[in-house]
Design a protein around this ligand. Structure first.
Ligand code: NCD
Length: 306
């Protein structure tokens, strides 16, 4: 289906291709054992130049649940990057060992560069503050599974909308569905980049977006609240981070203002922005979301390697 294709940005996939992946992910989730040796003999390389828990481990779990194997590194300090090897060389070498590469890198555009030097498909697992397409697949599958469809809803994005790559990818992907109203909730310094806003307003099917710095003012309008952490590693100075890091904290008290069926999503890791007591609220979906990420990655790997 996606034979030998790389995935760098969410819009590399058409809506139909995404829907096919969601259907496949649901089939896998329903009967995982039927997929347990579909990728036997195939090798996935995970090259993580930045920290990760869910993305790397869910990709590795996905590959192993398909019967394939994994190799790679979880920090750039254990690769030849510390000796000064350039990305292009690392990629050319790894492409000679593995059948597919999943890479996370702190530089925006790194995945695109990698795909140009690689003879095997490259999946972007996060390039700086730019994109994170497989988190978007995870987020959309979660919405589809839990609401039945993607569309006709108000989605609030809250937190660091400037540096949060998962937000950038999800906003672009959601803008293609109809009836999506977006509310961007962030401090003035962390608003959504202008290039993204111009893309949404070009889309005539959608009522568009509004921006605010107050979660309280809009919480009762939301069908989905997408919380994010303030991206410490992308700040130029610690003072700004400390000033902004606790801008929004979702508590059980605040949740009283939300709709009874509002869904709370979070790409995780959570730092302080959702209090632990909210976890037992039936509207908290972020752990379920993380698990669905593994099934959609199984679908993606199968589809590219088939
Ligand atoms: C996100 C990321 O790395 O961009 N994590 C993830 O992959 N689920 C979110 C984050 O780090 O805040």
């Amino acid at each position: 289906m996606l034979k030998n294709r790389s995935l760098i940005e969410p819009l590399d996939l058409s809506q139909d291709e995404m829907n096919d992946l969601f259907t496949m992910a649901e089939k896998i989730e329903a009967a995982p054992m039927e997929w347990h040796d579909r990728q036997r003999g195939k090798l996935l390389a995970t090259l993580f130049f930045e920290p990760s828990t869910r993305t790397r481990l869910s990709f590795e779990a996905a590959m192993q649940r398909l019967g394939g194997s994994c190799l790679g590194f979880a920090e750039s300090g254990s690769s030849s990057a510390v000796k000064g090897e350039c990305l292009a060389d690392t990629i050319r070498i790894v492409a000679g060992y593995a059948d597919i590469i999943v890479m996370r890198n702190p530089k925006e555009g790194a995945a695109l560069v990698a795909s140009r030097y690689s003879e095997v498909p490259v999946i972007n697992a996060g390039d700086g503050g730019h994109h994170h397409p497989t988190q978007t697949l995870t987020d959309l599958l979660t919405i589809k599974r839990l609401r039945g469809k993607i569309g006709d809803m108000t989605v609030g994005f809250c937190g660091d909308l400037r540096f949060g790559r998962t937000v950038h990818s999800l906003v672009e992907a959601l803008a293609r569905y109809s009836g999506i109203r977006m509310i961007f909730i962030s401090p003035q310094e962390l608003t959504v980049p202008d290039y993204l806003k111009s893309r949404i307003s070009r889309d005539t099917e959608n009522p568009g977006y509004i921006e605010t710095d107050s979660l309280d003012k809009v919480l009762d309008q939301l069908d989905i609240l997408y919380m994010t952490r303030v991206q410490k590693e992308r700040f130029f100075n610690e003072e700004d981070y400390i000033r902004l890091k606790d801008s929004y904290i979702l508590t059980p008290e605040k949740m009283k203002m939300a709709k009874n069926d509002m869904m709370i999503l979070h790409p995780l890791p959570r730092v302080n922005e959702i209090s632990l007591e909210v976890d037992s609220d039936p509207r908290a979906m972020y752990f379920k979301q993380a698990r669905l990420g593994m099934f959609v990655r199984m679908a993606l790997l199968s589809s590219i390697l088939e």
